[in-house]
Design a protein around this ligand. Structure first.
Ligand code: CO8
Length: 263
């Protein structure tokens, strides 16, 4: 299904409940211009709203996941224009981060700048052996502008994030795995299928509870412990208004653990 010229929402016949958000602008290594950014936002809203979609894979193709924001488009913008441009990019990436379903970034090739920042908006990252991740903005005389100074330190810790942002160097897949920037490294040819497999683990789970779990973790990370625990308590209690809770607990009592079939 076409979202626009550069982004599609695809369905894999083997995993019909997983939506693939495919970014396809190969001539610029999938660089995020205003149009790609807009299409990503539309795709995120669409997969978020579609109840038949239970998990999502972000994929950019073999050579590049996304090589960053489009430098050629940005280069001559004024301060006032950049205030709006950067807001649009941040909003698009935030709509990916808020998809209330498990989201996996399947990274083959380059995930740099805005591409690394897009990958940070997924719940999990699987990378090919030759993948390169990084925040090279400092080499352009700027800093990350779509979450790299915020989501990256939350994931890998402040000193590792600062080292990546200050140096702008490319991080190889093995190191990314070691520092928790990615969760799995696979041969390059298997990136797409590994991302699919990771996402497909959750398609039979209770959708409302999965959304509640994601929101409790993500909101909780942004607040103090007491507020986070309160978010958790309200989410937990809220699930007692769902069929999934009834199905899950009844199934345990009647058949034992792990046997429930959720809608
Ligand atoms: N923007 C625009 N065009 C790009 C980009 C990009 N980020 N990356 C690659 N391209 C283009 C190249 O210009 C080239 O185009 P052409 O064929 O017309 O010359 C084509 O894609 C292929 O690229 P290369 O020939 O350079 O391919 P190589 O294999 O030699 O190198 C690299 C691949 C290492 C990925 C290299 O292209 C590169 O370093 N790209 C730029 C990486 C980068 O600096 N990314 C960060 C951009 S800044 C950013 O993301 C800020 C995000 C936050 C912004 C918030 C406000 C908007």
């Amino acid at each position: 299904e076409l979202v626009g010229e550069f982004v599609r929402v695809e369905t894999d016949p083997d995993h019909p409940a997983v939506a693939v958000v495919r970014i396809d602008r190969p001539k610029a290594l999938n660089a995020l211009n205003g149009q790609v950014t807009g299409e990503i936002a539309v795709a995120a809203t669409r997969v978020a709203a579609d109840a038949s979609v239970r998990a999502v894979v972000l994929y950019g193709g073999e050579r590049a996941f996304v090589a960053g924001a489009d430098i050629k488009e940005m280069a001559e913008l004024t301060h006032a224009q950049m205030l709006e441009y950067s807001r649009a990019l941040q909003n698009a990436l935030t709509s990916v981060a808020r998809i209330p379903k498990p989201v996996v970034a399947a990274i083959s090739g380059y995930a740099l700048g805005g591409g690394c920042e897009l990958a940070l908006c997924a719940d999990f990252r699987v990378a090919g052996e030759k993948a390169r991740l990084g925040q090279p903005e400092i080499q352009l005389g700027v800093i990350p502008g779509a979450g790299g100074t915020q989501r990256l330190p939350r994931l890998v810790g402040p000193s590792r994030a600062k080292e990546m942002v200050f140096s702008g160097r490319h991080v190889r897949a093995e190191e990314a795995l070691r520092i928790g920037l990615v969760d799995e490294v696979v041969p390059d040819a298997e990136v797409y299928s590994a991302g699919m497999a990771m996402a497909a683990r959750y398609t039979d789970g209770p959708a409302v509870a999965l959304a509640a779990a994601k929101e409790a973790v993500d909101r909780g990370l942004e607040t103090d412990l007491d507020t986070g625990l309160e978010i958790e308590r309200l989410q937990f209690s809220g699930l007692f208004a769902t069929e999934d809770q009834k199905t899950g607990m009844r199934s345990f009592i009647e058949h034992g653990p792990g046997k429930a079939t959720f809608q």
